[in-house]
Design a binder for this molecule. Structure first.
Ligand code: 2PG
Length: 256
């Protein structure tokens, strides 16, 4: 429905600031010969690499966007080790991931905290990529849709429509993350379609039709096209395969 696909590379805790420069140069070079108006490309480096990436892509014609992997729910103050939305905005980040399953798992992030982070991102003009998705037990019980929609409801609580219409949702089934086990295109579509349906219930069909919903979990150049062919999948959040610049470029060029 005219949604611009968003292919985003989540570097997780990989690549130091010098490696980030080399990697981003490779991406810029490989994408330079193409007009990428039809696909939006973004990278989510560690905080310590953001300045390096900004220096390379600031004001370029390549339209490689970037953002952070997390954000503090607070705006400033005595929160040792946290990074605020205003700091990310100052570095001209476009996106910020919120509630990635690794944050939920290793840092005990709740839906309530994710909701506060979504609001913090919007306060600072950043676009949240809200990550949702079920673990293996939930999938085995067949409860993936209700589980994921509950995370969606929690993350969007009291978020007004004018903000919600710009959010990106990433459906990432935890059992498919970094495991090499990819969801089938039908699995991805089932939940992504349900997410769009819930957005229509929470807001409106017009709004739901605007929101981009990514799939994430062991996306590679070999499986991306089939996943992207699903009607409610509008992009991919790519982890492991995004660390190889050549492979990530192939994923971005899934239509070629
Ligand atoms: C993740 C996914 C996608 P991977 O954890 O977000 O980002 O990682 O592609 O390695 O499964």
């Amino acid at each position: 429905a005219g949604r611009l696909p968003l292919m985003a590379g989540n570097w997780k805790m990989n690549l130091n600031h010098l490696e980030a420069i080399a990697h981003t140069q490779k991406l810029a070079f490989a994408l330079a010969d193409k007009d990428y108006d039809a696909v939006e490309v973004a990278v989510l480096p560690p905080f310590t690499d953001l300045r390096s990436v900004q220096t390379l892509v600031d004001g370029d014609k390549l339209k490689i966007k970037y953002g952070a992997q997390d954000i503090s729910a607070q705006d400033s103050g005595a929160y040792t080790g946290e990074i605020s939305g205003s700091m990310l905005a100052k570095l001209k980040c476009t996106y910020v991931a919120v509630g990635h399953s690794e944050r939920r798992q290793y840092h005990a992030e709740t839906d309530e905290l994710c909701n506060a982070k979504v609001k913090a991102a919007f306060r600072h003009g950043l676009t949240p990529i809200l990550c949702v998705g079920e673990g293996l037990d939930v999938r085995k019980a067949g409860d993936q849709v209700s589980y994921t929609l509950a995370q969606l409801d929690g993350g969007l609580k009291d978020v007004p429509a004018e903000q919600a219409e710009t959010i990106v949702i990433a459906y990432e089934p935890v059992w498919a993350i970094g495991t090499g086990e990819v969801a089938t295109p039908e699995d991805a579509q089932e939940v992504c379609g349900a997410i769009r349906g819930r957005l229509a219930e929470l807001y409106s069909q017009e709004l739901a039709d605007k929101v981009r919903i990514q799939y994430g979990g062991s996306v590679k150049s070999g499986n991306v096209a089939a996943i992207m062919a699903q009607p409610d999948v509008d992009g991919a959040l790519v982890g492991g395969a995004a660390l190889d610049a050549e492979e990530f470029v192939k994923i971005v060029r899934f239509r070629d």
